[in-house]
Write a protein that binds this ligand. Sequence first.
Ligand SMILES: Cc1ncc(COP(=O)(O)O)c(C=O)c1O
Length: 448
Amino acid sequence: MELRELIANAGDEHELWAKTINPQFVRVLRTIGFDRKWVRGEGAHIYDADGNSYLDLLGGFGMYNVGRNNRNVRAALIEALELDTPGMLAMGVTALPGLLANELLQRTPPRIERCLFTNSGTEANEAAIKLGRAATKRTRVISADHGFHGLTLGSLSANGNGEFTRRFQPLLPDFDQVPFGDLDALEQELRREDVAVFIVEPIQGKGINLPPSGYLPGVQELCRRYGTLFCVDEVMTGFGRTGTMFAFEHWGLEPDLVTVAKSLSGGYVPVGALLMARAVHEAVFDSMPHALSHGSTFAPNELAMVAGLAMLHELDEHDLVVRSARLGEKLLELTRPLADEFDVVKDVRGKGLMWAIEFEGDSRMYRMLDRAQRGLFAQLVVVPLFTEHRILTQVAGHDMAVVRILPPFVLTDDDLADFAGALRDTVKQARRMPSSLTKFALSAAGIR
Ligand SMILES: Cc1ncc(COP(=O)(O)O)c(C=O)c1O
Protein backbone atom coordinates (compact mmCIF):
# COMPACT_ATOMS: atom_id res chain seq x y z
CA MET A 1 0.00 0.00 0.00
CA GLU A 2 1.34 3.42 -0.99
CA LEU A 3 -0.05 5.68 1.72
CA ARG A 4 0.87 9.03 0.19
CA GLU A 5 -0.78 8.06 -3.06
CA LEU A 6 -3.86 6.75 -1.30
CA ILE A 7 -4.38 10.04 0.52
CA ALA A 8 -3.57 12.13 -2.56
CA ASN A 9 -6.16 10.23 -4.60
CA ALA A 10 -8.86 10.15 -1.91
CA GLY A 11 -10.78 13.02 -3.52
CA ASP A 12 -12.79 15.46 -1.40
CA GLU A 13 -12.58 14.19 2.18
CA HIS A 14 -15.68 16.12 3.20
CA GLU A 15 -17.69 14.29 0.56
CA LEU A 16 -16.20 11.00 1.70
CA TRP A 17 -17.07 11.69 5.35
CA ALA A 18 -20.55 12.85 4.42
CA LYS A 19 -21.11 9.62 2.53
CA THR A 20 -19.51 7.17 4.95
CA ILE A 21 -19.20 8.65 8.42
CA ASN A 22 -21.36 11.62 9.39
CA PRO A 23 -23.13 13.93 6.93
CA GLN A 24 -24.53 16.16 9.69
CA PHE A 25 -21.06 16.92 11.01
CA VAL A 26 -19.92 17.85 7.52
CA ARG A 27 -22.96 20.16 7.21
CA VAL A 28 -21.93 21.89 10.43
CA LEU A 29 -18.35 22.36 9.19
CA ARG A 30 -19.57 23.78 5.89
CA THR A 31 -22.05 26.13 7.52
CA ILE A 32 -19.52 27.69 9.84
CA GLY A 33 -16.80 27.71 7.17
CA PHE A 34 -14.52 25.22 8.95
CA ASP A 35 -14.40 22.84 5.95
CA ARG A 36 -10.74 23.39 5.04
CA LYS A 37 -8.55 20.73 3.48
CA TRP A 38 -6.04 20.08 6.25
CA VAL A 39 -2.64 18.72 5.28
CA ARG A 40 -0.21 19.16 8.17
CA GLY A 41 0.14 19.90 11.87
CA GLU A 42 3.09 21.04 13.93
CA GLY A 43 3.21 22.27 17.52
CA ALA A 44 0.36 24.75 17.94
CA HIS A 45 -0.33 25.15 14.22
CA ILE A 46 -2.24 23.35 11.50
CA TYR A 47 -1.86 24.00 7.79
CA ASP A 48 -4.38 23.88 4.94
CA ALA A 49 -3.80 22.75 1.37
CA ASP A 50 -3.19 26.36 0.27
CA GLY A 51 -0.27 26.59 2.67
CA ASN A 52 -2.10 28.82 5.18
CA SER A 53 -1.11 28.46 8.80
CA TYR A 54 -3.79 28.42 11.54
CA LEU A 55 -3.14 28.90 15.24
CA ASP A 56 -4.75 25.86 16.88
CA LEU A 57 -6.06 26.95 20.27
CA LEU A 58 -8.33 23.95 20.53
CA GLY A 59 -5.65 21.27 20.43
CA GLY A 60 -8.06 18.50 19.42
CA PHE A 61 -10.21 19.28 22.53
CA GLY A 62 -7.09 19.43 24.70
CA MET A 63 -5.16 16.34 23.70
CA TYR A 64 -2.06 17.98 22.24
CA ASN A 65 -0.51 19.38 25.43
CA VAL A 66 3.02 18.65 24.11
CA GLY A 67 2.16 19.93 20.62
CA ARG A 68 0.97 18.29 17.43
CA ASN A 69 3.41 15.81 15.92
CA ASN A 70 5.78 16.19 18.82
CA ARG A 71 9.12 15.03 17.43
CA ASN A 72 10.25 13.13 20.51
CA VAL A 73 6.99 11.26 21.02
CA ARG A 74 7.06 10.37 17.35
CA ALA A 75 10.67 9.16 17.55
CA ALA A 76 9.79 6.94 20.53
CA LEU A 77 6.89 5.42 18.58
CA ILE A 78 9.07 4.73 15.55
CA GLU A 79 11.70 3.12 17.79
CA ALA A 80 9.02 1.00 19.44
CA LEU A 81 7.72 -0.21 16.06
CA GLU A 82 11.24 -1.14 15.04
CA LEU A 83 11.85 -3.15 18.21
CA ASP A 84 9.48 -5.93 17.09
CA THR A 85 8.30 -6.37 20.68
CA PRO A 86 6.02 -9.32 21.44
CA GLY A 87 3.09 -6.88 21.56
CA MET A 88 -0.05 -7.78 23.48
CA LEU A 89 0.39 -11.16 25.10
CA ALA A 90 -3.09 -11.65 26.53
CA MET A 91 -1.79 -14.31 28.97
CA GLY A 92 1.50 -12.62 29.85
CA VAL A 93 2.97 -9.23 30.72
CA THR A 94 5.71 -6.98 29.35
CA ALA A 95 7.61 -4.09 30.93
CA LEU A 96 6.14 -1.07 29.12
CA PRO A 97 2.73 -0.90 30.88
CA GLY A 98 4.43 -1.33 34.24
CA LEU A 99 6.88 1.44 33.45
CA LEU A 100 4.14 3.89 32.47
CA ALA A 101 1.98 2.90 35.45
CA ASN A 102 4.96 3.60 37.68
CA GLU A 103 5.55 7.03 36.15
CA LEU A 104 1.89 7.94 36.57
CA LEU A 105 1.70 6.73 40.17
CA GLN A 106 4.85 8.66 41.07
CA ARG A 107 3.01 11.82 40.06
CA THR A 108 -0.08 11.22 42.21
CA PRO A 109 -0.51 11.33 46.02
CA PRO A 110 0.76 8.26 47.95
CA ARG A 111 -2.83 7.17 48.51
CA ILE A 112 -3.07 6.30 44.79
CA GLU A 113 -1.21 3.02 44.26
CA ARG A 114 -2.77 1.17 41.32
CA CYS A 115 -3.27 1.90 37.65
CA LEU A 116 -5.78 0.35 35.28
CA PHE A 117 -5.29 1.28 31.63
CA THR A 118 -8.18 1.93 29.25
CA ASN A 119 -8.54 3.13 25.65
CA SER A 120 -10.25 6.46 26.33
CA GLY A 121 -11.50 8.94 28.90
CA THR A 122 -15.02 7.58 28.98
CA GLU A 123 -13.71 4.06 29.56
CA ALA A 124 -11.60 5.30 32.47
CA ASN A 125 -14.75 6.79 34.01
CA GLU A 126 -16.72 3.61 33.30
CA ALA A 127 -14.05 1.73 35.24
CA ALA A 128 -14.21 4.23 38.12
CA ILE A 129 -17.98 3.79 38.35
CA LYS A 130 -17.96 0.02 37.99
CA LEU A 131 -15.06 -0.67 40.35
CA GLY A 132 -16.23 2.00 42.78
CA ARG A 133 -19.63 0.33 43.07
CA ALA A 134 -18.18 -3.11 43.58
CA ALA A 135 -15.60 -1.89 46.12
CA THR A 136 -18.13 -0.02 48.27
CA LYS A 137 -20.99 -2.50 47.71
CA ARG A 138 -23.16 0.57 47.08
CA THR A 139 -24.99 1.46 43.88
CA ARG A 140 -25.59 5.21 43.72
CA VAL A 141 -23.36 7.57 41.76
CA ILE A 142 -23.55 11.34 42.12
CA SER A 143 -22.10 13.86 39.69
CA ALA A 144 -22.40 17.59 39.07
CA ASP A 145 -24.77 19.58 36.87
CA HIS A 146 -22.97 20.45 33.61
CA GLY A 147 -20.43 17.72 34.29
CA PHE A 148 -19.02 15.82 31.32
CA HIS A 149 -17.40 12.41 31.70
CA GLY A 150 -17.78 10.82 28.25
CA LEU A 151 -20.56 9.48 26.11
CA THR A 152 -20.76 5.72 26.72
CA LEU A 153 -23.73 4.64 28.77
CA GLY A 154 -22.21 4.64 32.27
CA SER A 155 -20.34 7.91 31.86
CA LEU A 156 -23.35 9.39 30.10
CA SER A 157 -25.49 8.51 33.11
CA ALA A 158 -23.21 10.82 35.10
CA ASN A 159 -23.45 13.57 32.46
CA GLY A 160 -25.05 16.77 33.72
CA ASN A 161 -25.99 18.22 30.32
CA GLY A 162 -29.51 17.48 29.11
CA GLU A 163 -28.60 17.93 25.45
CA PHE A 164 -26.39 14.84 25.67
CA THR A 165 -28.68 12.68 27.83
CA ARG A 166 -32.26 13.57 26.85
CA ARG A 167 -32.56 11.42 23.75
CA PHE A 168 -30.92 8.35 25.27
CA GLN A 169 -33.22 7.60 28.18
CA PRO A 170 -33.46 5.55 30.25
CA LEU A 171 -29.88 5.77 31.41
CA LEU A 172 -28.50 3.70 34.28
CA PRO A 173 -30.54 3.76 37.49
CA ASP A 174 -29.21 5.27 40.72
CA PHE A 175 -27.41 8.21 39.09
CA ASP A 176 -28.18 11.75 40.29
CA GLN A 177 -26.74 15.21 39.79
CA VAL A 178 -26.20 18.04 42.25
CA PRO A 179 -25.28 21.66 41.46
CA PHE A 180 -21.51 22.16 40.95
CA GLY A 181 -20.21 24.13 43.92
CA ASP A 182 -23.08 23.28 46.31
CA LEU A 183 -21.79 21.34 49.33
CA ASP A 184 -25.16 21.27 51.10
CA ALA A 185 -26.84 19.59 48.14
CA LEU A 186 -24.04 17.04 47.99
CA GLU A 187 -24.25 16.33 51.71
CA GLN A 188 -27.99 15.70 51.43
CA GLU A 189 -27.23 12.90 48.99
CA LEU A 190 -24.17 11.50 50.74
CA ARG A 191 -25.66 11.34 54.20
CA ARG A 192 -27.88 8.50 53.05
CA GLU A 193 -24.65 6.45 53.03
CA ASP A 194 -25.61 4.63 49.85
CA VAL A 195 -23.45 6.60 47.40
CA ALA A 196 -20.56 4.63 45.93
CA VAL A 197 -18.84 7.41 43.98
CA PHE A 198 -18.99 11.16 43.62
CA ILE A 199 -17.39 12.01 40.27
CA VAL A 200 -16.44 15.57 39.39
CA GLU A 201 -14.18 17.54 37.07
CA PRO A 202 -12.05 19.91 39.16
CA ILE A 203 -12.71 22.58 36.53
CA GLN A 204 -15.69 21.84 34.30
CA GLY A 205 -14.91 21.65 30.61
CA LYS A 206 -18.42 22.57 29.48
CA GLY A 207 -18.39 26.31 30.12
CA ILE A 208 -14.98 26.27 31.85
CA ASN A 209 -16.51 26.58 35.32
CA LEU A 210 -14.05 27.03 38.16
CA PRO A 211 -15.14 25.70 41.55
CA PRO A 212 -15.86 28.11 44.41
CA SER A 213 -12.87 28.20 46.77
CA GLY A 214 -13.19 25.55 49.45
CA TYR A 215 -15.61 23.48 47.39
CA LEU A 216 -13.34 20.59 46.39
CA PRO A 217 -11.67 20.21 49.82
CA GLY A 218 -15.21 20.27 51.25
CA VAL A 219 -16.26 17.53 48.82
CA GLN A 220 -13.32 15.39 49.89
CA GLU A 221 -14.24 15.87 53.54
CA LEU A 222 -17.86 14.88 52.92
CA CYS A 223 -16.87 11.84 50.86
CA ARG A 224 -14.59 10.60 53.64
CA ARG A 225 -17.25 11.24 56.29
CA TYR A 226 -19.95 9.26 54.49
CA GLY A 227 -17.83 6.48 52.98
CA THR A 228 -18.18 7.64 49.36
CA LEU A 229 -15.27 7.32 46.94
CA PHE A 230 -14.07 10.71 45.66
CA CYS A 231 -13.35 10.50 41.91
CA VAL A 232 -11.64 13.41 40.21
CA ASP A 233 -12.01 13.35 36.43
CA GLU A 234 -8.72 14.76 35.13
CA VAL A 235 -9.33 13.70 31.54
CA MET A 236 -9.26 17.31 30.37
CA THR A 237 -7.44 18.99 33.25
CA GLY A 238 -4.59 16.47 33.62
CA PHE A 239 -0.97 16.63 32.48
CA GLY A 240 -0.38 20.32 33.04
CA ARG A 241 -3.50 21.77 31.43
CA THR A 242 -4.30 23.98 34.45
CA GLY A 243 -0.67 24.81 35.34
CA THR A 244 -0.05 21.90 37.71
CA MET A 245 0.49 18.26 36.69
CA PHE A 246 -3.04 17.48 37.91
CA ALA A 247 -5.67 20.10 38.72
CA PHE A 248 -6.40 18.50 42.12
CA GLU A 249 -2.96 19.76 43.24
CA HIS A 250 -4.30 23.35 43.35
CA TRP A 251 -6.33 22.31 46.41
CA GLY A 252 -3.97 19.67 47.81
CA LEU A 253 -6.61 16.97 47.29
CA GLU A 254 -6.09 13.26 47.83
CA PRO A 255 -8.87 11.60 45.85
CA ASP A 256 -9.57 7.85 45.86
CA LEU A 257 -9.98 7.66 42.09
CA VAL A 258 -8.39 9.75 39.33
CA THR A 259 -9.22 9.32 35.65
CA VAL A 260 -6.93 10.50 32.84
CA ALA A 261 -6.79 10.23 29.04
CA LYS A 262 -6.64 12.83 26.24
CA SER A 263 -3.07 14.13 26.32
CA LEU A 264 -1.55 11.02 27.90
CA SER A 265 -0.26 9.72 24.56
CA GLY A 266 0.65 13.14 23.19
CA GLY A 267 -2.36 12.84 20.89
CA TYR A 268 -1.01 9.84 18.98
CA VAL A 269 -2.71 6.71 20.31
CA PRO A 270 -6.04 6.29 22.13
CA VAL A 271 -5.35 5.70 25.82
CA GLY A 272 -6.76 6.38 29.26
CA ALA A 273 -6.23 5.23 32.82
CA LEU A 274 -7.97 4.91 36.14
CA LEU A 275 -5.52 5.63 38.97
CA MET A 276 -6.88 4.41 42.27
CA ALA A 277 -6.35 3.74 45.95
CA ARG A 278 -5.10 0.25 46.60
CA ALA A 279 -8.13 -0.62 48.71
CA VAL A 280 -10.46 -0.03 45.76
CA HIS A 281 -8.40 -2.25 43.49
CA GLU A 282 -8.01 -4.98 46.07
CA ALA A 283 -11.72 -5.05 46.81
CA VAL A 284 -12.43 -5.98 43.19
CA PHE A 285 -9.33 -7.93 42.12
CA ASP A 286 -9.43 -9.93 45.33
CA SER A 287 -8.54 -13.44 44.20
CA MET A 288 -7.12 -15.39 41.25
CA PRO A 289 -10.57 -16.09 39.78
CA HIS A 290 -11.10 -12.31 39.84
CA ALA A 291 -7.72 -11.44 38.32
CA LEU A 292 -9.33 -10.34 35.04
CA SER A 293 -12.49 -8.76 36.45
CA HIS A 294 -12.15 -5.66 34.32
CA GLY A 295 -10.12 -4.79 31.24
CA SER A 296 -10.14 -4.45 27.49
CA THR A 297 -8.34 -6.26 24.66
CA PHE A 298 -6.29 -3.28 23.52
CA ALA A 299 -5.58 -1.80 26.95
CA PRO A 300 -2.71 -1.45 27.71
CA ASN A 301 -1.38 -1.47 24.16
CA GLU A 302 2.33 -0.95 23.74
CA LEU A 303 2.24 2.02 21.37
CA ALA A 304 0.04 3.92 23.82
CA MET A 305 2.45 3.03 26.64
CA VAL A 306 5.48 4.24 24.68
CA ALA A 307 3.72 7.44 23.68
CA GLY A 308 2.70 7.97 27.33
CA LEU A 309 6.25 7.53 28.60
CA ALA A 310 7.57 9.90 25.93
CA MET A 311 4.84 12.47 26.61
CA LEU A 312 5.64 12.57 30.36
CA HIS A 313 9.33 12.87 29.51
CA GLU A 314 8.52 15.81 27.20
CA LEU A 315 6.51 17.57 29.91
CA ASP A 316 9.43 17.24 32.35
CA GLU A 317 12.26 17.89 29.92
CA HIS A 318 10.84 21.21 28.69
CA ASP A 319 9.16 22.30 31.93
CA LEU A 320 5.89 22.42 30.04
CA VAL A 321 3.68 22.37 33.12
CA VAL A 322 5.36 25.53 34.40
CA ARG A 323 5.05 26.97 30.92
CA SER A 324 1.30 26.27 30.94
CA ALA A 325 0.98 28.14 34.25
CA ARG A 326 3.03 31.10 33.02
CA LEU A 327 1.27 31.40 29.66
CA GLY A 328 -2.09 31.04 31.39
CA GLU A 329 -1.30 34.01 33.63
CA LYS A 330 -0.18 36.01 30.64
CA LEU A 331 -3.35 35.13 28.72
CA LEU A 332 -5.52 36.39 31.58
CA GLU A 333 -3.47 39.60 31.77
CA LEU A 334 -3.98 40.17 28.05
CA THR A 335 -7.68 39.33 27.92
CA ARG A 336 -9.20 40.38 31.28
CA PRO A 337 -9.26 44.05 30.22
CA LEU A 338 -11.86 43.08 27.58
CA ALA A 339 -14.43 42.73 30.37
CA ASP A 340 -13.95 46.43 31.22
CA GLU A 341 -13.79 47.54 27.62
CA PHE A 342 -16.89 45.80 26.28
CA ASP A 343 -20.31 45.54 27.99
CA VAL A 344 -20.92 42.35 26.08
CA VAL A 345 -18.00 40.58 27.81
CA LYS A 346 -19.37 39.20 31.08
CA ASP A 347 -16.30 37.33 32.29
CA VAL A 348 -12.83 36.16 31.32
CA ARG A 349 -11.58 33.21 33.35
CA GLY A 350 -9.14 30.36 33.33
CA LYS A 351 -6.41 28.40 35.02
CA GLY A 352 -3.25 27.53 33.14
CA LEU A 353 -4.12 26.98 29.50
CA MET A 354 -7.78 26.22 30.14
CA TRP A 355 -9.40 29.55 29.38
CA ALA A 356 -12.79 31.02 28.47
CA ILE A 357 -14.55 34.27 27.68
CA GLU A 358 -18.27 34.58 28.45
CA PHE A 359 -20.66 37.02 26.79
CA GLU A 360 -23.98 38.52 27.81
CA GLY A 361 -26.00 41.35 26.35
CA ASP A 362 -29.32 43.09 26.33
CA SER A 363 -29.10 44.88 23.00
CA ARG A 364 -31.83 44.13 20.44
CA MET A 365 -29.35 42.30 18.27
CA TYR A 366 -28.08 40.17 21.16
CA ARG A 367 -31.59 39.23 22.25
CA MET A 368 -32.61 38.36 18.68
CA LEU A 369 -29.62 36.04 18.38
CA ASP A 370 -30.33 34.46 21.74
CA ARG A 371 -33.93 33.81 20.71
CA ALA A 372 -32.72 32.02 17.57
CA GLN A 373 -30.33 29.95 19.66
CA ARG A 374 -29.10 30.54 23.21
CA GLY A 375 -25.48 31.65 23.24
CA LEU A 376 -25.38 32.23 19.48
CA PHE A 377 -23.34 35.41 19.96
CA ALA A 378 -20.33 33.22 20.79
CA GLN A 379 -20.42 31.85 17.23
CA LEU A 380 -20.04 35.42 15.98
CA VAL A 381 -16.68 35.38 17.70
CA VAL A 382 -15.54 31.83 16.89
CA VAL A 383 -16.30 32.05 13.16
CA PRO A 384 -14.47 35.30 12.30
CA LEU A 385 -11.56 34.30 14.54
CA PHE A 386 -11.20 31.33 12.23
CA THR A 387 -12.10 32.76 8.82
CA GLU A 388 -10.47 36.18 9.22
CA HIS A 389 -7.67 35.59 11.72
CA ARG A 390 -6.97 31.89 11.16
CA ILE A 391 -7.34 31.06 14.83
CA LEU A 392 -9.17 27.91 15.89
CA THR A 393 -11.38 28.22 19.02
CA GLN A 394 -14.69 26.68 20.06
CA VAL A 395 -17.99 27.42 21.76
CA ALA A 396 -17.69 25.79 25.18
CA GLY A 397 -20.99 23.91 25.15
CA HIS A 398 -24.63 23.97 24.05
CA ASP A 399 -26.80 26.97 24.86
CA MET A 400 -23.98 29.04 26.32
CA ALA A 401 -22.27 32.21 25.13
CA VAL A 402 -18.84 30.99 26.13
CA VAL A 403 -15.79 30.57 23.90
CA ARG A 404 -13.04 28.34 25.22
CA ILE A 405 -9.50 27.40 24.33
CA LEU A 406 -7.32 24.41 25.26
CA PRO A 407 -4.13 25.08 23.31
CA PRO A 408 -0.93 23.05 23.07
CA PHE A 409 1.55 24.32 25.68
CA VAL A 410 4.18 24.95 23.01
CA LEU A 411 2.42 28.03 21.70
CA THR A 412 4.46 31.22 22.12
CA ASP A 413 4.00 34.54 23.86
CA ASP A 414 3.57 36.07 20.40
CA ASP A 415 0.80 33.58 19.58
CA LEU A 416 -1.04 34.68 22.73
CA ALA A 417 -0.59 38.36 21.86
CA ASP A 418 -1.93 37.67 18.34
CA PHE A 419 -4.94 35.88 19.80
CA ALA A 420 -5.68 38.67 22.28
CA GLY A 421 -5.49 41.28 19.49
CA ALA A 422 -7.68 39.23 17.14
CA LEU A 423 -10.18 38.56 19.91
CA ARG A 424 -10.49 42.26 20.69
CA ASP A 425 -11.10 43.11 17.01
CA THR A 426 -13.59 40.29 16.66
CA VAL A 427 -15.63 41.17 19.75
CA LYS A 428 -15.70 44.79 18.65
CA GLN A 429 -16.97 43.79 15.22
CA ALA A 430 -19.46 41.19 16.50
CA ARG A 431 -21.16 43.82 18.69
CA ARG A 432 -22.00 45.70 15.52
CA MET A 433 -23.15 42.55 13.76
CA PRO A 434 -22.56 43.21 10.04
CA SER A 435 -25.17 41.81 7.66
CA SER A 436 -22.91 38.99 6.45
CA LEU A 437 -22.82 37.72 10.00
CA THR A 438 -26.59 38.00 10.42
CA LYS A 439 -26.98 35.58 7.53
CA PHE A 440 -24.43 33.23 8.98
CA ALA A 441 -25.89 33.43 12.50
CA LEU A 442 -29.38 32.51 11.39
CA SER A 443 -28.22 29.61 9.24
CA ALA A 444 -26.01 28.41 12.08
CA ALA A 445 -29.07 28.44 14.34
CA GLY A 446 -30.89 26.42 11.69
CA ILE A 447 -28.36 23.61 11.68
CA ARG A 448 -29.15 22.48 15.19
C1 LIG B 1 -13.62 15.75 31.63
C2 LIG B 1 -13.81 14.70 30.57
N1 LIG B 1 -14.03 13.44 30.94
C3 LIG B 1 -14.18 12.46 30.02
C4 LIG B 1 -14.14 12.73 28.68
C5 LIG B 1 -14.32 11.62 27.69
O1 LIG B 1 -13.11 11.28 27.13
P1 LIG B 1 -13.08 10.46 25.75
O2 LIG B 1 -13.55 11.42 24.71
O3 LIG B 1 -11.64 10.05 25.59
O4 LIG B 1 -13.99 9.30 25.92
C6 LIG B 1 -13.91 14.04 28.25
C7 LIG B 1 -13.86 14.35 26.81
O5 LIG B 1 -13.91 15.46 26.38
C8 LIG B 1 -13.73 15.06 29.21
O6 LIG B 1 -13.52 16.33 28.86
